[in-house]
Design a protein around this ligand. Structure first.
Ligand SMILES: CC(C)(COP(=O)(O)OP(=O)(O)OC[C@H]1O[C@@H](n2cnc3c(N)ncnc32)[C@H](O)[C@@H]1OP(=O)(O)O)[C@@H](O)C(=O)NCCC(=O)NCCS
Length: 246
């Protein structure tokens, strides 16, 4: 498969990183050969997304399987994955495990044992407001049988604000620039697609600086009560993007 967007080689783990992060020279060398690429997600990626989400978020915050089905059916064009490819004989255990999992798809390669592995994802919907609300995060209960029954819940196709609901990087590959790479590639795609005027999200106090570095503005505490509340509202207006992102 041809990469849709290349990412820089991953850097070695910083001193003091946890034991489960790679530390042998063979594994470091493998990380530098990840050749990650981004690709729009679809329903075929459901199990990879559920696996990644559950490995990354606590159960009360993780997007449910039902919500993944809804979002990947209703607005998959807003969702982006960062993949690599690997074989079941890969020297790096997470890639070996994931490439041989029942839900990984063959990579477009001359080697039939080479499979796609999802390293990170962004899951999003749209809203007609300017920040993310609990209603935007709610799964419309009858979205399949009565799609227009609860228009205030879930994805609003004609909204001009993209809601970033989940940004997740596989724990073994965090702190190597993959999250930043995926968000920047996604912002660029969403802006060029012309489908919205801004991106909004809610996040923890500790990640406010992470999103500020990516161009988001901190608007203060959110009214959202999802998973206990205490979230921060952050917004990125496309019209305020610096030249290098435009
Ligand atoms: C948050 C997350 C997406 C970041 O992805 P990542 O690949 O680990 O981050 P990157 O390596 O791309 O880091 C990019 C920058 O953000 C900083 N950063 C990363 N995680 C951070 C954190 N938890 N707190 C503060 N800064 C952080 C990095 O130091 C780096 O700074 P630099 O550009 O000055 O070097 C990832 O750690 C993750 O999946 N966490 C668990 C799920 C989660 O919290 N998602 C966000 C929900 S709103």
């Amino acid at each position: 498969m041809e990469p849709e967007h290349g990412a820089p080689p991953a850097s070695p783990p910083a001193p003091g990183q946890s034991e489960n992060k790679t530390n042998s020279s063979e594994e470091e060398s493998k990380l530098n050969e990840l050749h990650p690429y981004v690709q729009t997600l679809n329903l075929n990626d459901l199990e990879s997304c559920v696996n990644l989400e559950n490995a990354t978020f606590p159960p009360n915050e993780a997007c449910s399987r039902e919500k993944f089905i809804y979002r990947l059916t209703t607005c998959s064009q807003l969702c982006l994955g960062l993949f690599t490819s690997a074989t079941p004989s890969d020297p790096h255990p997470p890639l070996r495990r994931l490439s041989s999992s029942s839900f990984s798809h063959p990579a477009d390669s001359t080697d039939p044992s080479r499979h796609q592995v999802l390293l990170a994802h962004i899951i999003a919907t749209k809203t007609d407001g300017t920040t993310v609300t609990d209603e935007d995060m709610t799964l419309p209960p009858k979205w399949q049988s009565e799609p227009h029954a609860t228009p205030h819940l879930g994805h609003k196709e004609y909204g001009r604000t993209i809601c970033l609901h989940s940004l997740a990087v596989l724990p073994e590959y965090q702190d190597r620039g993959l999250g930043k790479t995926l968000v920047l590639a996604w912002i660029q795609r969403m802006q060029s697609a012309g489908v919205a005027d801004r991106i909004a999200l809610i996040t923890y106090d500790r990640l406010v600086p992470f999103y500020e570095k990516l161009g988001f503005e901190h608007l203060g505490k959110s009214k959202a009560k999802y998973a206990g509340g205490d979230w921060n509202d952050m917004v990125l207006e496309f019209e305020n993007l610096p030249c290098q992102i435009k």
